[in-house]
Design a protein around this ligand. Structure first.
Ligand code: DGY
Length: 294
């Protein structure tokens, strides 16, 4: 049952027509706070999202009306990087395929050719977006003896690059040179389908894509093709372009690990997200500076 079916979120029919009454909206990432809703919400002062992503909110429309938007950065970085690295390992070492074999009664004992995967140690990880979550991913990669490349508009200073062991590179070159590519960028007009057909085609044979950012950062049709006919060797995905829909062609692929948008789903992290959201809400309503204003 979805949150909407449970009667939760902005899709709740009880909410229909009501936003004019509210000064504050506390939303989740599937609640679309678009220009039409903002126009109806005539008393609105603040939109508090319990997420780091803000792609479900029309920021320009909020700005034009002087409505404050807050999110929950920082508190979910380690959790998200853990899941991203978990997906990377699960694909490289074929953990979910192994699980299916064992549960299906197909394990006949050790064999030299059973589920031979690809090494992680010594390989190159390309990180798209070296912000808080990307940096947490880079620290994990370092612990696993990987080389790290990163692409983003603003280059970090040398000391930060050294501390993370990450080398700045152009985004096209990152796709060509990495064995694993992990997305940690927000969804914006610039990053929509940043994983394009051309970039997927330029990747190394057998390489792996990990996405815990937003599904729309990837051309999903091109991804399906690149998994079926190469060069991609696998993918670990937590997010999809049209959630909760997952492309049927992905469901039947052995070389793909699919998670249901759970990167921040740790009890401790969800509590921290809720607390930060409430601090933001109180701050704005009490006319103080919000801890994490977008
Ligand atoms: C976010 O906060 O934007 C994540 O996608 C939810 O865990």
């Amino acid at each position: 049952m979805t949150w909407a079916e449970k009667g939760l979120g902005l899709e709740d029919p009880r909410f229909e027509g009501a936003p004019g009454d509210y000064e504050a909206l506390v939303v989740l990432l599937h609640d679309k706070v678009d220009a039409a809703l903002i126009a109806r919400a005539t008393r609105l002062k603040v939109v508090v999202t319990v997420s780091v992503g803000v792609d479900h909110i029309d920021l320009a429309a909020c700005k034009a009306r002087g409505i404050v938007v807050t999110n929950t950065p920082g508190v979910l970085s380690e959790a998200t990087a853990d899941l991203a690295f978990g997906l990377l390992l699960a694909v490289a070492r074929r953990i979910c395929e192994g699980d299916r074999i064992v549960r299906g009664g197909g394990f006949r004992g050790w064999a030299p050719d059973l589920l031979v995967g690809t090494a992680v140690h010594g390989k190159t990880l390309g990180i798209v977006g070296l912000g808080r979550i990307g940096s947490a991913m880079a620290r994990r990669a370092r612990g696993f003896g990987m080389k790290t490349l990163y692409a983003q508009r603003t280059r970090l200073n040398e000391a930060m690059e050294r501390a993370l062991g990450a080398r700045h590179i152009d985004v096209d070159a990152l796709f060509q040179e990495s064995d694993f590519v992990s997305l940690h960028c927000p969804l914006t007009e610039e990053t929509r389908q940043i994983v394009s057909r051309a970039r997927l085609a330029s990747m190394k044979p057998g390489s792996v894509l990990v996405n815990t950012a937003r599904g729309a950062c990837v051309d999903e049709d091109a991804l399906v093709e690149a998994l079926a006919t190469g060069p991609l060797g696998g993918a670990g995905l937590d997010v999809y372009a049209h959630e909760p829909e997952v492309p049927a062609a992905l469901l039947v692929r052995e070389n793909v690990v699919l998670a249901p948008h759970i990167a921040s789903a740790e009890r401790e992290t969800r509590e921290a997200m809720a607390e930060l959201a409430m601090e933001n809400l109180l701050a704005v309503m009490e006319e103080r500076e919000a801890p994490s204003r977008v």
